[in-house]
Design a protein. Structure first.
Length: 423
C-alpha cells in the first residue's frame, strides 16, 4: 500500500511540475561580448557564452576589430555589432554564419527577417540601415535621419530610433521609420532634456508608450527620461537627481538602469526613483548589465577597459550569487531565452539518486555531463514549489522544514525525478 501511495504521489508531483515549467521560458545562456584593450591593436573583440546551468564560459569567436557596441539574440542566432562590422552566429553550434562591413555601427534590433542597425561616428550619413537576417546583405538605408543614432525600438510596423547626435549635441530626437520599404516618417524633437537619448523601451499600460533613457553627459548629476504615447506621439520629459547611464530592462512598471554608477530603478507610472541603489556602485561603475527576468538576476560587468574585468551575478537583494568570465571591456550582453513549449512531450523521465538521504543542510546529485540543466524544482508533500533554480550538482536545503520532498531536474532531453527527506 505504501509503495502504491508513493507512486501515485510521485506521478501527481511530476504532473504539477510539468504544469509549472511547460508555461515557462528558461534562460539558456548569456552572450558576453568584450571589446578588448582599445589601445592594443592586437587585442580584438571576443564573443563568449556563459551557461548558468553549469557555470561554464565558452569563448567561441573573435571579431578582428577594436571595440564592440551591441549584441542581440533572435531565436537560435546572435548578431554582434563591432565597430566596423556586423557578424551573425548560430548560438547552438557557435558557428559564424555571416558578416558584413558596417563602419560606425552602433545598435541593432530584429524585425522579422530584417535587421535594423543604427550608426554613429565615423559614419556621416545614412544613420539607419537595414540588413537581411539571413545573410546580412544590406537591404536599404534611411538618409533622412538627421544625425548619429542609437537605441532602436520595434513597435508594430515601425522602428523608433534614438537620435542623440554627436558629442556636442544640445538636444535629442526620435526618428520614426516604416519598416516596409525603410520609409522615413518623421523626427520627434525631445528638446534639451533629450540630450543623450539612447535606450528605448516599450511600456504598456492603458495605452502603449515609448520610454527613452537620456544618458547624463559626463560630470552631470541630473538625468532625464522621456515618455511618449505611441498614439499621439507627444513627448514629455522628467528630471531625476541622479547621473543616468544605460537602460537595463523595463519589466512591468519598473525601469532598471544604471544610476550613479550602480543599478537602480524608476517607477514609470509615478515617474519617481523607486530604488536609487538596488546594487551599489562597485567602484568605477558598471560597464554593462542585463536583467534575467525569468530568474530575477542581474548579470553585470566591471573593468577598466585595459585589463580583464569581472562578471558578477546579483539577485534583487544585491547579494552576489555567482560570477562569469567578462574579458576586457565587456560592453555588450544579451540573454538567450528559450521556450519550453512541448518540452515534456519529447523528454525521457529518469530516476534521480539524491545523496545524502536523509540530509540536513545540502543535497547532491549527478546529471550526465553532456546534458544541460534548464530548471530545477523542489516540491513539498502538498505539491507546492519551495525552490526553483538551475543547479546541476548541489542544492542548499538548510532553510527547508523537516519532511519529505520531491526534486525534478529538467535538461534538454530528460526529466530527472527523485525524493529525499530533510531532517
Amino acid at each position: 500500500m505504501k509503495k502504491i501511495y508513493f507512486s501515485v504521489l510521485t506521478a501527481f508531483l511530476l504532473f504539477a511540475v510539468q504544469s509549472i515549467v511547460a508555461q515557462n521560458t528558461v534562460t539558456n545562456q548569456i552572450m558576453v561580448c568584450s571589446g578588448g584593450n582599445f589601445s592594443n591593436p592586437d587585442d580584438y573583440v571576443t564573443v563568449a557564452s556563459f551557461k548558468p546551468s553549469n557555470g561554464l564560459t565558452n569563448s567561441f569567436a573573435t571579431v578582428f576589430t577594436q571595440s564592440v557596441q551591441d549584441v542581440v539574440v533572435n531565436g537560435h542566432f546572435a548578431f554582434v555589432a563591432a565597430q566596423d562590422s556586423i557578424v551573425k552566429f548560430n548560438i547552438d553550434t557557435y558557428e559564424r554564419l555571416a558578416a558584413v562591413e558596417a563602419i560606425g555601427v552602433h545598435n541593432l534590433a530584429v524585425a522579422d527577417d530584417k535587421l535594423i542597425a543604427s550608426f554613429w561616428y565615423p559614419a556621416t550619413e545614412n544613420f539607419v540601415r537595414s540588413f537581411s537576417t539571413d545573410d546580412l546583405s544590406q537591404l536599404g538605408f534611411v538618409s533622412e535621419v538627421s544625425d548619429e543614432a542609437a537605441g532602436i525600438l520595434i513597435y508594430k510596423n515601425f522602428a523608433y530610433v534614438a537620435v542623440p547626435g554627436g558629442w556636442s549635441s544640445t538636444g535629442g530626437k526620435i526618428a520614426v521609420i516604416k519598416l516596409f520599404g525603410d520609409i522615413f516618417i518623421e523626427e520627434i524633437d525631445l528638446g534639451e532634456d533629450g540630450v543623450g537619448v539612447s535606450d528605448l523601451f516599450l511600456y504598456q499600460a492603458n495605452e502603449d508608450f515609448l520610454v527613452s533613457v537620456n544618458k547624463s553627459p559626463w560630470g552631470v548629476t541630473v538625468g532625464h527620461l522621456s515618455i511618449m504615447s505611441l498614439g499621439d506621439k507627444q513627448p514629455s520629459s522628467f528630471a531625476f537627481e541622479a547621473s543616468m547611464g544605460s537602460g537595463v530592462e523595463l519589466f512591468g512598471e519598473t525601469l532598471y538602469l544604471l544610476l550613479d554608477g550602480g543599478i537602480g530603478s524608476i517607477n514609470i507610472p509615478q515617474m519617481a526613483i523607486a530604488d536609487s541603489l538596488i546594487i551599489p556602485n562597485p567602484g568605477d561603475g558598471f560597464v554593462a548589465a542585463v536583467l534575467d527576468t525569468v530568474n530575477n538576476l542581474f548579470y553585470a560587468t566591471t573593468g577598466d577597459y585595459v585589463t580583464t574585468g569581472e562578471g558578477t551575478i546579483y539577485n534583487m537583494e544585491a547579494e552576489v550569487t555567482g560570477s562569469f568570465d567578462a574579458g576586457i571591456a565587456a560592453e555588450a550582453l544579451a540573454i538567450d531565452y528559450r521556450d519550453n513549449t512541448g518540452f515534456f512531450e519529447k523528454s525521457i523521465v529518469e530516476n534521480l539518486d539524491v545523496f545524502p538521504n536523509p540530509a540536513n543542510y545540502r543535497i547532491s546529485f549527478n546529471i550526465p555531463i553532456e546534458q544541460t540543466v534548464s530548471k530545477t524544482f523542489i516540491l513539498d508533500i502538498s505539491g507546492r514549489v519551495v525552490y526553483s533554480g538551475n543547479d546541476h550538482k548541489q542544492i542548499d536545503i538548510g532553510e527547508l522544514n523537516s519532511g519529505l520532498y520531491f526534486i525534478t531536474i529538467n535538461t534538454e532531453v530528460s526529466i530527472f525525478t527523485g525524493k529525499f527527506i530533510k531532517n
